[in-house]
Design a protein around this ligand. Sequence first.
Ligand code: MG
Length: 170
Amino acid sequence: MGNVWEKFRPAYIFSAVWEIEPAFLREKGIEAIILDLDNTLLAKGAQNFPPQVLKWLRQIEEAGLRVCLVSNSGRRRVEGAAFSLGVPCVFRAAKPGRRPFIRALQILGTEPRQTAVIGDQLLTDVYGGKRLGMVTILVKPLPGKEFVGTRINRRLEKFIWRRLNRLEEG
Ligand SMILES: [Mg+2]
């Protein structure tokens, strides 16, 4: 019987998206990735992507992996980011709801088990991805000020991590 907190445990953890090598994803049978935007690719309030993010995305696409942005942010910010990256997007996604992830899977044309969700939040990216049976990868948030809602989620994340670590200790 699974513990309720396990719903929030990411399959993998990386310090930043650019640490995730395309070959690593390929080995896991991943064909496509669903990417969070804020604090994963773009610091809150920032207009430009860090150069490491742009370089990493080129490597991802060269490896033949498909990409879709899924963000809870509004249309302008998400579409602007997606346009500059040349990738499709789902905006105002209401993660961890199932619908935006199902929409992204339709866009990508992949099954959940072939798809990785990469993001910085347990409550939206990881929990939402796991609901659909996708491979979840947590990254550390990029430095920068965060939305009020995100700051509240961070407190909940600390609480969840204490539970998850306790489960690991047995
Ligand atoms: Mg985020």
